[in-house]
Design a protein around this ligand. Sequence first.
Ligand SMILES: [Zn+2]
Length: 52
Amino acid sequence: MASSERSPAELPDDAGGDPACWMHRVCDECGRLADEDPPTRCPSCGKHLEAI
Ligand SMILES: [Zn+2]
């Protein structure tokens, strides 16, 4: 019954994600978002982003 119902309200969360989960990718130096999860380097300024 309930399994046949899909709540449209849940879709935006799945598509956009939670902004908080991106915070560890943000470069401290220039504020750019890295292309991948740390550990990696900032694609803009080259700062090393540490894994949390
Ligand atoms: Zn940077």
